[in-house]
Every structure is written in structure tokens, then in C-alpha cells.
Design a protein around this ligand. Structure first.
Ligand SMILES: [Zn+2]
Ligand SMILES: [Zn+2]
Length: 243
């Protein structure tokens, strides 16, 4: 099994170690057919991509696409879910430069609003140490993911359920309805085998991505391949691999 299109990779525009050009050159070397550069959304004060950099990234990627005919290079962003109403941290001013977008949940972001800081961010931190609020937080997060898919044109949810509890059954159902891919990610613990088995009940599809932050990790599936196989996920439901 081999990744053909690595849809989730980071460059020096957020906190990856290598430039877009270096990531693309390595992708060609290992025979990827396509790569998407998806640096972090702007709500991360330290490593989110600055708005002004999208135009530069677009230009670099357009130039590389013109130069190479053995690989397709896409610009995306791993935006952040930042509020209980499904807000994400990407606006039209960034969107216009992107080929498509993915969304994940991460720590350390700036919440959508003052109220989301208390209503969404703090409870998600607290749920780790206060098990009795976990159910309530999970219901809120699940609603947030579903609203997000209603509101935005999203192609991929990165590491669903990592760093925040969600009801994977309800999220997978909505993802299937909206045609949103669910990611199996070697760097994170979710989706796991049990979650894939639940998500498989619906007719949505999946992607395995490296989440590479350096050239050495590009195209690497790590444990993701075994997780997908153990769950019994039919390979034709993983959109970006070949046998
Ligand atoms: Zn992520
Ligand atoms: Zn990532």
C-alpha cells in the first residue's frame, strides 16, 4: 500500500522544517503523484500561516506546477475548529488562494470569540481532567463539527477526535452526507480501529496522510496502514492510496 496523494503536509510557512520546494522535490523523488501543502490556520499565534503569506505560497506552488509535469501540487490549509458554532479560522481572503481546505482541532488556538473561549476551549481542556463533564463536552463538540460541515466547503477532517472527544458515529454520518473525507493519521491516536469500524457504517470515504513536518516523513503511513487493515476498511474507500 502506498500513498499517491499526500493531502496533509506542513512547510516552513507554519512549523514544518522544509520549504515548499524541498517538500515537492522529495515528493517527486519518492514517486508521489500529488502533494498538498496544508500549513496551520492563522489562529495559532506562534505557527499559524499569516494571511499575507497565502499569496506567496500560491505563487510558489503555481511556479512549481508549471515547472514539473510529473506531480500535481495543491495549496490547502489545516484550519482550526475554533468555536461551538463550527467556526473555523479561515476567511475568504485566504480561501481564494487555496485549492481546498481541511480542518482539525488543536491546542493553543485563539477561540472564535470571548464566549467561545469559555464555552468551547476551556471545557475541552477541562474534559481531560474532569471526566464528569466529558459527555456534555462531547455533545457540544459533535454539534460543532456537524455545524462546521453545514457551513463550510471542507474536503477533509484531519485526525478526527484527536485532542477533543466527539461522537464519531454522528460525525461520520454527517461527513458521508457532505462528502467530507475522514483522515487516518500516523502521528495521532484518532481515528483508531474502533472508530473506523463505526465510521465505516456510513458511505463516506477516508484518506491516509503523513502529516509530514519534514521531507523524511513524506508519504509515510506508519501505523495508519495497519489500523485501516485491522478495522477491515476496504481499500477502495481510501481515496489516496494504491496497492
Ligand atoms: Zn493537525
Ligand atoms: Zn497537521
Amino acid at each position: 500500500m502506498k500513498i499517491t496523494h499526500d493531502m496533509h503536509t506542513h512547510s516552513t510557512y507554519s512549523h514544518g522544517r522544509h520549504t515548499i520546494k524541498e517538500m515537492v522535490d522529495q515528493s517527486r523523488k519518492i514517486g508521489l503523484k500529488a502533494i498538498t501543502i496544508s500549513d496551520h490556520g492563522r489562529s495559532h499565534p506562534l505557527f499559524g500561516v499569516r494571511k499575507r503569506n497565502f499569496v506567496k505560497m500560491r505563487r510558489e506552488i503555481d511556479a512549481l506546477n508549471a515547472k514539473y509535469d510529473d506531480i500535481d501540487i495543491y495549496l490547502s490549509v489545516e484550519s482550526n475548529l475554533i468555536g461551538a458554532n463550527g467556526d473555523i479560522d479561515i476567511g475568504d481572503e485566504e480561501l481564494k488562494y487555496c485549492d481546498w481546505i481541511s480542518v482539525g482541532y488543536h491546542y493553543g488556538y485563539v477561540a472564535a470569540s470571548f464566549s467561545d473561549f469559555f464555552r468551547f476551549a476551556i471545557p475541552n481542556y477541562s474534559a481531560k481532567i474532569l471526566p464528569f463533564i466529558r459527555q456534555r463536552v462531547m455533545a457540544m463538540n459533535t454539534r460543532a463539527y456537524i455545524k462546521m460541515m453545514d457551513r463550510y466547503d471542507i474536503k477533509l477532517i484531519t485526525h478526527p477526535g484527536d485532542k477533543l472527544p466527539i461522537d464519531i458515529d454522528a460525525v461520520a454520518k454527517a461527513a458521508a452526507e457532505h462528502g467530507v473525507l475522514l483522515e487516518i493519521n500516523p502521528r495521532h491516536d484518532h481515528l483508531n480501529v474502533e472508530e473506523i469500524k463505526i465510521a465505516m457504517k456510513y458511505n463516506g470515504n477516508f484518506a491516509i496522510n503523513s502529516d509530514a513536518h519534514c521531507i523524511e516523513a513524506l508519504g509515510a503511513m506508519g501505523k495508519a496502514q495497519e489500523i485501516a487493515t485491522t478495522a477491515g476498511l476496504p481499500l477502495e474507500r481510501i481515496v489516496n492510496i494504491s496497492d
